[in-house]
Structures are given as C-alpha cells and as structure tokens.
Design a protein around this ligand. Structure first.
Ligand SMILES: Cc1cc2nc3c(=O)[nH]c(=O)nc-3n(C[C@H](O)[C@H](O)[C@H](O)COP(=O)(O)OP(=O)(O)OC[C@H]3O[C@@H](n4cnc5c(N)ncnc54)[C@H](O)[C@@H]3O)c2cc1C
Length: 348
C-alpha cells in the first residue's frame, strides 16, 4: 500500500463498506479526482443500518448530553445537508422541522429537558394542533425545532450508488492490508470492529413503516406517550416511519413487545394512524462507540476510518465525507476532526 499521490488526483482509494458513510466518502473522493473502489458483500443489498434508519437530521437530540463536543460536528453536518441533498436529486429532503410532543404531565417533564437544552419555545397542546391537526386532543405540550430536517436514507443510498456506478465490488473484506490501493478507508459500520479492533458495538433498533393517505402529518414528531419514547417521520408519499427501540443486543429478531410499544405510542399521539397499513417491521444495528461519538481519522499509514456513527450516521454523512476525503487526499482536515480520532481509544 503506497502513501498516495500529491494532491490526491488519480490516487487509488479502496473504501470498505458501501453503507451511507462509505458511499458518501467514496462519492466525495471520486468527485475530487480519486480512483475509487467500494467493497461491500452486497453492494445492491439492504444489509446496513441505513436501510432501517428513519432519516431524521436532528442535531439537537440526546447524543449531545453524552458527548458535548459532538454538537459542533452535528451542527456542521446539518448545515451541509441542503447542498449535499441538492447534489443527489430528490432524496426526500424536507425542512418542515420537528414538533416535540408530550402526552402526559410526566412526559412533559421528561421531554422538557431536551427542549430547554435546544432553547426551543414551548407550545401548548392547541398550538401544536394548529400546526398538526392529526395530533390527539390528549397531547398536552410540545416545542418546535425549526432547524431539524429529514431525508429518506434509502433514496440517499440509491443516489450515491448511482454516482459510484461501476465502482462497487461485491466482496466481504477480511484483511485491509490485502487491498491493492494507495489508501484504504474503513467505513464498514458495525463490521469495522472485526477489521480494525476499534471498540464499535451493535445497538439494536426496531422500526415500523406504515402507509396511508399522504398529508395526515407534515412535521416529524419526536416525543413521549405514557413514558414510551417514539418518533414519527412522515414522507410525502404517505409513508410514516415509527421508531425506534434501543437495545444492547446483536440479534435481528423483531419482537411483539417492541411492535406493541411503538404502535401504542404512535396511535396515542396520532389516532388517525390506526387506519394506515403496517407495511414493514425492520431491525438494524447502530454502530455505537464507548462515548457514542463517531471515529474519524487516520488509523495507521494509508489506512483511515469513518465509523461508529451510532444514531447520527445519516445526519453526519456530509461532514464525514468532507473530512475524510480531505484527510486522504491532502493529509489534513478541519481541526473539528481532532475530537473524534481513533487515538482517543488508544488506537493509531
Ligand atoms: C433503528 C435505527 C434508526 C436510525 N435513525 C437514524 C436517523 O433518524 N438519523 C440518523 O442520522 N441516523 C440514524 N440511524 C443511524 C444510522 O443508520 C447509522 O449511523 C448509519 O447507517 C451508519 O452508516 P455506516 O455506513 O457506517 O453503516 P451501515 O449503514 O450499517 O453500512 C455498513 C456497510 O458496511 C458493509 N460491511 C460490513 N462489514 C464489511 C466488510 N468486512 N467488508 C465490506 N463491507 C462490509 C455492510 O454490508 C454495510 O453495507 C439509525 C439507525 C438505526 C438502526
């Protein structure tokens, strides 16, 4: 493996993993003149967290309590999304914003911490229903997050696969040093641990997809109903994504309890969803790290990593692509990357 060519044009870069992160990095490198190959055992398949993900672009979520410096990275990537989406065509990008919602007094107490942190103005139940008439009359209070957006991750991946057409190779990589390239980017989601020894663990999430007449909801809803946390992401075509459990488990089994809890919370908040068809129950694994922030940077000479994006891989795709492509092609990147290097776990 060589150390690369000056300026990066023509540099042969192998990207391991054709999920949303590997594809976004590969597309950025390709656009800037690199000779990119993306390896994935199923480059046309659905075996990645992206296929399950709701696609909320929510920089103010709970992750920032766990790792405060992550907030800058989330904000920086959120700011890049309009241009990133425009470059991919129609990927379901929607900037109507998110309504935080709470059903009971206890739910209000629980959600208010997040709303205060995001400095959102509170809304009463009737103010919420003015914006979103499908909400139950039982919804007590909420808040509006205008900077939160959504996108359809399946359409994003399809568009990125088009950009990289002819460069996706069906192969499960088991040894990065065996790849014939000037540089390797390991972006294999949960598969990154086996390839690098980095501490990335799978965090199971179960998600439902419902389908009905378009227009029942126009905002993403994120809230709590009788102690059950739930989000609802309505697409323009009538699909509503309902998520998600968060379980420290590796299995792929959808469970009756999870489906019950998600549907119960969704219908408590939006009773009209009872008429929707239940079209999918899916299970995915978020690639989590010990501090739940991503791992971005150089692992060793010629080997880079972009993994561990946990609950924010869709949101973080544009900034990850830019930072890693800069690092691979020029040897340096914006200092914002310094908080997220593999070195914080004693690697590199
Ligand atoms: C239930 C759920 C809801 C989510 N909701 C959101 C959300 O609303 N907003 C958000 O921003 N994020 C969300 N996420 C998180 C997001 O999906 C992930 O952070 C993101 O998909 C990580 O991208 P990735 O490319 O690193 O991994 P993945 O999307 O998992 O892709 C990894 C790819 O690597 C390939 N691979 C693995 N091992 C190898 C190997 N050895 N060789 C070659 N290829 C390999 C796999 O086949 C796969 O295609 C959610 C995740 C889940 C599970």
């Amino acid at each position: 493996m060589g150390s690369g060519l000056p300026g990066g044009r023509g540099m042969r870069v192998a990207v391991v993993g054709g999920g949303i992160i590997g594809l976004a990095v590969g597309a950025d490198l390709l656009r800037r003149g690199a000779d990119v190959t993306v390896y994935d055992p199923a480059p046309d398949g659905i075996d990645g967290a992206w296929h399950v993900a709701a696609g909320m672009l929510a920089p103010g979520g709970e992750s920032v309590f766990e790792f405060p410096r992550l907030e800058h990275l989330l904000d920086a990537s959120n700011a890049r999304w309009p241009e990133f989406a425009a470059g991919l065509g129609d990927v379901g990008y929607d900037d109507a914003g998110t309504l935080g919602v709470a059903l009971t007094a206890d739910d209000v107490t629980e959600m208010a911490r997040e709303w205060r942190h995001q400095k959102l103005s509170p809304l009463t139940g009737s103010q919420l229903r003015e914006r979103e008439p499908g909400l139950s009359p039982r919804v007590r209070a909420g808040a509006y997050a205008p900077d939160e957006r959504q996108v359809d991750p399946r359409r994003v991946v399809a568009a990125l696969r088009n950009v990289l057409h002819g460069r996706l190779v069906p192969r499960l990589v088991d040894d990065v040093s065996a790849l014939d390239a000037d540089a390797v980017v390991v972006a294999a989601g949960c598969g990154t641990a086996a390839l690098t020894g980095l501490p990335i663990r799978p965090v199971k999430g179960q998600v439902l997809r419902l389908r009905g007449e378009p227009g029942l909801l126009t905002h993403v809803l994120d809230g709590a109903a009788d102690g059950r946390h739930v989000y609802l992401v309505p697409r323009a075509d009538g699909e509503v994504v309902v998520g998600a459990t968060q379980e420290e488990r590796t299995d792929r089994t959808p469970t009756a309890g999870a489906v019950h809890d998600l549907l119960r919370a969704a219908l408590d908040l939006v009773p009209g969803l009872a008429e929707h068809e239940l079209t999918e129950v899916t299970v995915g694994h978020r690639p989590g790290t010990p501090d739940n922030a991503p791992i971005l940077g150089r692992l060793r000479d010629g080997v880079f990593v972009a993994a561990g994006h946990y609950r924010n891989g869709v949101l973080l795709a544009p900034i990850t692509a830019r930072l890693i492509a800069d690092l691979v092609l020029t040897g340096t990147a914006d200092p914002i990357i310094d908080d997220f290097t593999p070195g914080r776990f004693g690697c590199a």
